[in-house]
Design a binder for this molecule. Structure first.
Ligand SMILES: C[S@@+](CC[C@H](N)C(=O)[O-])C[C@H]1O[C@@H](n2cnc3c(N)ncnc32)[C@H](O)[C@@H]1O
Length: 244
């Protein structure tokens, strides 16, 4: 999968996309990342990319000219289907569904906004999708672009050691992940739940289901379609473990 990133700050991507899982995915050529400095596509000697918004208002806005030029030139370098995505606080919220929608596309061009954002004509006529990483405003689209690359890369074959890691993670099952414990079994008097030391794999799986459901009811009831049913399921699971 190829990512082309259009940004005013290509240097921000040094480091976060070089190490660990994403770094290895790049080394193994499962993903490729190309950075493009938006200023290179400016039409004047001053390399101007922003202007005050028409109608007044605070701050500066990225002008359409450099944005159109950058996407046109970058998309001419890719092969196969390509989608252009603007990182935007008012975009489609990033979710597992959005990830599933984007994962099949071999080329994504990610456009990172700055200042007050991007000219609407660019968003309307050149961009396929606007994506938000949450209901808050960041200073630029660079961190959201990194988040999107990370979440997509993890889904690609060969990036994670085991595809089971994805299935059991939060949201993979529609629920939050169950609590997990590392060594030692007793840390400063806090014990690991005994069922996890029992060696009974079926029982451990059932306990994890129960804890996932419990945590989702407590922390993210919005993920559950039928909260009353979820609570009654949880009560039944508590009974199963009551004698332990
Ligand atoms: C300071 S923000 C502009 C905010 C814009 N004036 C608004 O009210 O929505 C500058 C850039 O950061 C990026 N950005 C900020 N928050 C974001 C978010 N939650 N998700 C995705 N991109 C975001 C966008 O690319 C945006 O163009």
């Amino acid at each position: 999968m190829r990512f082309d990133i259009i940004t005013l700050f290509p240097g921000m991507f040094d480091g976060p996309l070089d190490d660990s899982i994403i770094g290895r995915a790049r080394e193994n050529k499962i993903i490729e990342i190309f950075l493009h400095d938006l200023r290179r596509y400016a039409g004047d000697n001053h390399r101007t990319v922003d202007s005050p918004p028409f109608g007044g208002g605070a701050g500066m806005l990225l002008m359409p000219g450099p944005l159109f030029e950058a996407v046109d030139q970058v998309s001419s370098q890719t092969e196969g289907e390509s989608r252009t995505i603007a990182m935007s606080a008012s975009g489609r919220p990033l979710s597992e569904e959005v990830v599933a929608d984007l994962i099949g596309c071999p080329n994504l061009i990610l456009v990172c906004g700055r200042y007050e954002g991007m000219d609407e004509r660019f968003l309307q006529n050149k961009v396929n999708d606007e994506i938000s990483v949450g209901d808050f405003v960041l200073s630029g689209g660079e961190l959201p672009a990194m988040v999107l690359i990370d979440v997509l890369a993890r889904q690609l074959e060969g990036v994670l050691g085991s595809s089971d890691s994805l299935k059991e993670e939060s949201f993979g099952t529609g629920l939050l992940e169950y609590p997990q414990y590392a060594r030692p079994a007793n840390y400063e008097g806090w014990e690991v739940p005994p069922v996890l030391l029992s060696g009974n794999h079926a029982k451990i799986a059932r306990w994890r289901e129960m804890k996932s459901l419990e945590r989702t009811i407590q922390r993210r009831p919005d993920l559950l379609t039928d909260i009353a049913f979820a609570k009654s399921q949880l009560e039944n699971m508590y009974k199963e473990f009551a004698d332990d």
